[in-house]
Design a protein around this ligand. Structure first.
Ligand SMILES: NC(=O)c1ccc[n+]([C@@H]2O[C@H](COP(=O)([O-])OP(=O)(O)OC[C@H]3O[C@@H](n4cnc5c(N)ncnc54)[C@H](OP(=O)(O)O)[C@@H]3O)[C@@H](O)[C@H]2O)c1
Ligand SMILES: [Zn+2]
Length: 345
């Protein structure tokens, strides 16, 4: 990915408005949530807003907490993330807080693609996008967002002239292909929803579930501890299982698949997440997990770690790929899988 990781952040009313139709800035959130936003900002390299948000709200876009600024400086980062604005017209007031507050870098772009490529070239790895409506709409409809933090405040604006979260458009996440809800958090009287949008974020989320599941396996000196989760095309969990869950020989993928009807039409579009590469040779049972996955018709297999040659030399990934299945390895989580199985690795 030669663009930064893109995190969209917004607060809206129950009826989906980012603001009301007056000139005054609408307060949607509460202090605790502002502090959460400050924390998220501190974890980013740059913060982006659209020119209208600068003209209307005049945000400072700085880290408020001295402790968070100090921690950034101690880590060799500038005290504040780089401020970034999108404007075709270039019509931005010179006395806007965007320019006058904070001594960090301020960048203005007239094109999203140029912006993303240039920020990446400048070393920006994590970009926070804070609105408004047009900017969120463009990033979302073009599939340029990896994560969405959406706060809902407990009141209605009740005015169709007020800006919504997004304009009309064709979004990659619709009724047939949904975003993955990673977290819901009550923060005083508002609710934070954290949605994963990018496929690699979704994969990491479910694979982390599978690794957590593997910690529940009854101990064994002769077999790995593995967790597996089957997820349908809507992002809904279908089944899960772990090694030795239902009998002392059962494998994680086998335990999960045994809970599903082989005729379930969702299997044809499902993904199976397994903490360890599915086995391809097996002493204890006639069917390997690779064979079971092929029989089930599951088109996509995601795992964290290759099977080490402790017992047999695994080639599950190769066999699945040769059969036309999409095979994704997420090595970032392999360390956790080795840790769960450290007595065998
Ligand atoms: N509740 C929240 O979380 C939140 C957060 C932020 C903003 N808001 C609200 O959102 C509203 C503003 O939304 P908005 O849609 O009117 O404005 P916006 O998205 O903030 O800014 C739109 C402007 O950004 C520039 N722009 C957008 N896309 C561009 C592109 N692809 N290339 C170059 N420039 C581009 C254009 O600037 P030029 O016109 O200069 O060419 C455009 O007019 C305000 O009411 C604000 O209060 C709410
Ligand atoms: Zn197996």
């Amino acid at each position: 990915m030669n663009r930064p990781f893109v995190l969209l952040s917004a607060a809206m009313s129950i009826d989906g408005h980012l603001d009301d139709a007056t000139d005054r800035r609408l307060v949607l959130s509460n202090d605790a949530d502002w502090d959460r936003v400050d924390e998220v900002r501190a974890g980013c390299d740059a913060i982006l807003v659209g020119a209208n948000t600068i003209r209307r709200d005049d945000p400072r876009l700085l880290i408020r907490s001295p402790a968070r600024r100090a921690a950034r400086v101690a880590a060799g980062l500038p005290a504040h993330p780089v401020k970034v604005a999108l404007s075709r017209s270039g019509n931005l007031p010179a006395d806007a807080a965007f320019f006058t507050e904070g001594d960090g870098e301020k960048l203005v772009y007239a094109d999203v693609d140029v912006l993303l490529a240039d920020l990446h070239a400048r070393g920006v790895r994590r970009l926070m996008v804070e609105g408004g409506t047009s900017v969120h709409t463009e990033f979302l409809t073009r599939g340029l967002a990896d994560e969405l933090h959406l706060v809902v405040a407990p009141f209605f604006v009740g005015d169709a002239r007020a800006p919504r979260l997004v304009h009309d458009g064709r979004f990659p996440w619709h009724t047939g292909h949904r975003a993955t809800l990673a977290e819901v958090r009550k923060i005083g009287n508002v609710v934070l929803h954290r949605y994963l949008l990018g496929q690699s974020e979704v994969d990491r989320h479910w694979l982390a579930e599978a690794v957590e599941l593997s910690r529940r396996c009854p101990p064994s000196d002769t077999a790995f501890a593995v967790g597996a989760v089957v997820v349908d095309a809507l992002g809904e969990e279908m089944a899960r299982g772990y090694s030795r869950e239902t009998d002392d020989r059962v494998h994680a993928e086998e335990a999960a698949l045994a809970r599903l009807d082989p005729a379930d039409p969702r299997l044809a579009h499902a993904t199976i997440y397994s903490s360890l590469e599915p086995c391809s040779r097996r002493a204890s049972r006639p069917r390997t997990c690779t064979g079971l996955i092929l029989d089930a018709g599951i088109p996509r297999v995601v795992f964290a770690a290759r099977e080490p040659a402790t017992f047999v030399d695994g080639e599950g990934a190769e066999l699945l790929a040769a059969a036309g299945r999409e095979v994704v390895e997420v090595p970032e989580l392999a360390g956790a899988v080795r840790e769960v199985n450290r007595h065998l690795w």
